[in-house]
Design a protein around this ligand. Structure first.
Ligand code: PHE
Length: 479
């Protein structure tokens, strides 16, 4: 009990769920999902993504919750299973660091757009006279990029310093339901715009043309699987950490259904907000990572226009910023709790505040190249990886991963470390500790469902899918 007090524990299942859902729902849903669906052909991506979440993602999440609660630790859980597994924990801990290295920059950008629309509501120009060309301008406005990155990091840090119940849980309980309400409101608004129907067709009209060519199929698989890891916050210790704060009487299996379900629902809503809006206002689906910024701003500013556009634009970016913050606090929490646990194990009084501050500063520095390379548009304050390598935009050797620092950090995590972590975890849970998940789930007195499939998935299905994903990723790396 004493230890629980020092580490922290969830005040209620609702709080746990809101924090977990808050971690899962973020820029991955609102920024990543629509643009990735937009650039890989809509329907094909959606189908592969849904299959992956049902067959693989939810099991990985359940495994992580169980692992966390069983060991009572976050990323340290693997070392507790056996010293030789320690490296998996390290791999997992490295991911949040890398992800925050770009996530915080994106969060800062959404805050900038939010402020921009707020200022517009009061009749002033919020976008430096650039109108919907603001995206390209902001990327080279190094001072603003760094300032808003710092603000995003600061907000995250303050919440994590507050601890499990006081900070993370409190924030999640209010922010997540509010988010749902605003999101649905915008979905309905967009549905009434003429031309929106094309966007729904793009998402939901069966089209199997991507599946006939193996190359495009594997590409869809790779993108969808990366998206699944990212969106469900898998393979980086988050769900392990959150599971470790979960009381023994809680039903893990049920929670491992609610979280992925909500996450997927939000991603679908985000798709149904952004893609039909693009269709209605003549914005290209395949605009890539800029879709959330450049294209949506276009929708509010030029498509809707006037006061309505400013207000909806403000609400929209405010919503995205909140979603980003609930995720980045989870990311920082993994790192902070890892050290707090170590301090407790050594018999020291943990210093959560100090640890949070140190990590936040380190991440801020690490994120600077992402904020200053103009997302690889060339000739920015900090050269992008491809420029350092002496390559030309679009030329030979120019690839996704060396395009900009964001893509490099993203590829290392989503593309390599997470599938690798998931591969190791499922092998461990499938072969070395085959009863761990079931026993831990049943420890609360609930009966475990789907035992045969779970065994099969941990032993064979997940490792095979992960191996394919890694292979495709490595191939793309040397392209
Ligand atoms: N799942 C979050 C999103 O979709 C991102 C995230 C990843 C959050 C990893 C926490 C951990 O935006």
């Amino acid at each position: 009990m004493d230890e629980n007090k020092q580490r922290g524990q969830w005040g209620s299942t609702f709080g746990f769920l809101m924090a977990s859902i808050g971690s899962a729902i973020g820029l991955g849903n609102l920024w990543g999902f629509p643009y990735k669906m937009g650039s890989t052909g809509g329907f094909a991506f959606l189908v592969v993504y849904l299959i992956l979440v049902v067959l693989v993602g939810r099991l990985l999440m359940m495994g992580e919750f169980a692992l966390g609660r069983k060991t009572g630790l976050g990323v340290g859980a693997y070392a507790k299973l056996g010293q030789k597994y320690k490296v998996i924990g390290w791999m997992a801990a490295f991911c949040p660091f890398l992800i925050l290295g770009f996530y915080s920059v994106l969060a800062g950008m959404t805050l900038r757009y939010c402020v921009g629309f707020l200022v517009q509501i009061f009749g002033m120009d919020g976008f430096a006279g650039q109108g919907s060309g603001f995206f390209g301008y902001l990327l080279y406005d190094t001072k603003s990029m760094v300032l808003f990155l710092a603000l995003a990091m600061l907000v995250t840090m303050v919440i994590v310093m507050g601890g499990v119940q006081g900070g993370i849980e409190k924030f999640g309980k209010v922010a997540m339901p509010a988010l749902g309400v605003i999101l649905i409101g915008i979905v309905i608004f967009v549905a009434f715009q003429p031309g929106a129907i094309e966007g729904y067709k793009f998402m939901f009209k069966p089209d199997f043309s991507q599946f006939t060519d193996p190359k495009s199929f594997f590409n869809v698989l790779k993108v969808a699987s990366g998206q699944m890891f990212f969106s469900l916050s898998l393979a980086m210790g988050i769900n392990i950490t959150f599971g470790s704060y979960l009381a023994k009487d809680k039903d893990i299996q049920k929670n491992a259904l609610i979280v992925p379900f909500s996450d997927t629902l939000f991603a679908l809503f985000a798709g149904m907000m952004i893609l039909p809006a693009c269709a209605a206002f003549g914005v290209d689906y395949g605009a890539g990572p800029g879709l959330l910024f450049a294209s949506m701003q276009n929708v509010f500013l030029d498509g809707m226009g006037g006061m309505v556009g400013n207000v909806i634009g403000f609400l929209f970016y405010f919503l995205v910023f909140i979603a980003a913050i609930t995720s980045s606090i989870a990311l920082l929490e993994v790192l902070a709790s890892g050290v707090v646990d170590k301090q407790i194990a050594k018999g020291k009084n943990p210093n959560r505040k100090m640890v949070s501050i140190l990590f936040a500063v380190a991440i801020f520095i690490f994120a600077l190249p992402t904020a200053m390379d103009a997302l690889g548009s060339g000739g920015a304050a900090v050269p992008a990886p491809f420029e350092l390598l002496g390559l030309e935009i679009g030329g030979e050797g120019y690839a996704m991963w060396n395009d900009c620092w964001l893509d490099l950090y993203d590829m290392i995590t989503e593309g390599v470390l997470m599938p690798l972590g998931a591969l190791f975890m499922s092998l461990l849970l499938g072969w070395k500790f085959p009863n761990l998940v079931k026993d831990e789930c049943e420890a609360s007195g609930h009966k475990f469902r789907g035992e045969a499939y779970t065994k099969f998935a941990f032993r064979f299905l997940i490792p095979i899918v992960m191996a394919i994903v890694l292979y495709t990723q490595i191939q793309a790396f040397f392209l």
